[in-house]
Design a protein around this ligand. Structure first.
Ligand SMILES: [Zn+2]
Length: 344
């Protein structure tokens, strides 16, 4: 027969112990479910960004393309991604933020796919792209980069370039599920340009947008001063039908209209109307976004930005990256209405 005291102690023990165990377990459960809530929120965010990027979780080998080497004068077969290392190294400073470099890598990759899908626009008989920056995109081979920059640069910056290309492997910009023409340029004036106001073609994704973070660019503003006679010489050399003289110069030059992005559209020069692009080209200005001032002897151009102004501003992308924007946010900002698609 058991001692009633033992039974009593046992009951007291149970009364204290069981509720503690139960409440601890419940508390643990609550904590656990809170944790899983947190994980769910993180996962939701991840999914949101995946939807934004439109990943298709494909992991195929990158295609090989023919690249026309304009220096050697031959077409070479290259893996797209390897070709892109050389483009990124040529087109953007490797000192830029990794997110800006990733945005540039996707723009450069999209350019290749666009040329592939629109062979009539390529301008090369047997190649998708060429290595001439004036025609397609700048390209610098591994050997050239090592030779010009040295092995320390290669270790630090070629690795960074590779990371930007590798981490966005296969991703391109699409509009209506088709590769876009991803124009880009160095520095905006604070706003980009509508494509149709600079080039003849209109593209729904190359629209004028604000570009507020270009201020760090060394070419954000520039100035060119020349004598009035020099100015007149350049004009009449290129447009012989225009007559100007230095005494009445100021009253014979008038900016008539500007684009949405701020560039000069029409400018009256003597008896003729020219475009801002005409003036940019003959005076070698950084952009067509300029003002003209006159003093007694000289003509002064005050210029904003560098490049044609259409699509992504590289310095603007760098500024956005420094502000904490991610590569797909940068791309979606500059290329209106586009999505990122993972091709391979
Ligand atoms: Zn080309």
């Amino acid at each position: 027969m058991k001692n009633p005291l033992v039974i009593l102690v046992g009951l007291v023990f149970l009364c204290i112990f069981v509720p503690v165990v139960v409440s601890t377990t419940l508390y643990d459960d609550v904590e656990a479910s809170n944790q899983s809530d947190e994980i769910n929120i993180e996962k939701q965010n991840e999914n949101e960004s995946k939807e934004l990027i439109n990943y298709e979780s494909v992991d195929k080998d990158a295609p090989t393309i023919k690249v026309y080497n304009h220096i050697k004068g031959i077409s070479e077969s290259m893996n797209i991604e390897t070709y892109l290392y050389g483009v990124l190294a040529g087109e953007m400073s490797a000192k830029f933020d990794i997110e800006a470099l990733k945005a540039q890598a996707i723009a450069a990759r999209t350019f290749v796919i666009y040329k592939k899908e629109n062979p009539n626009s390529s301008g090369h008989k047997n190649s998708v792209v060429c290595t001439d920056y004036k025609h397609c995109q700048e390209y610098k081979s591994y050997e050239t980069l090592k030779e010009t920059n040295g092995s320390q640069w290669m270790e630090e910056y070629y690795t960074k370039i590779k990371e930007a290309v590798d981490s966005t492997k296969g991703q391109i910009l699409v509009y209506n599920n088709k590769a876009i023409l991803p124009l880009y340029f160095s520095t905006s004036s604070g706003k980009t340009e509508n494509s149709e106001e600079v080039f003849s073609n209109q593209y729904p994704y190359l629209k004028s947008v604000d570009s507020p973070y270009d201020g760090e660019s060394p070419k954000y503003t520039s100035q060119i001063t020349m004598s009035k006679s020099e100015f007149i010489n350049v004009i009449t050399k290129n447009y012989p039908s225009i007559t100007l003289n230095s005494n009445s110069l100021e009253s014979n030059i008038k900016i008539l209209s500007r684009s949405e992005g701020g560039s000069v559209s029409e400018i009256k020069v003597g008896n003729k109307e020219l475009t801002g692009v005409n003036i940019r080209s003959i005076f070698n200005l950084n952009s067509a976004n300029f003002e003209i001032k006159f003093n007694d002897d000289d003509v002064i151009f005050n210029i904003k930005g560098y490049g044609h102004g259409v699509g992504m501003s590289q310095w603007g992308a760098q500024g956005m990256a420094e502000e904490g924007f991610l590569y797909y946010e940068i791309l979606k900002h500059y290329y209106t209405g586009t999505d990122i698609k993972d091709l391979y």
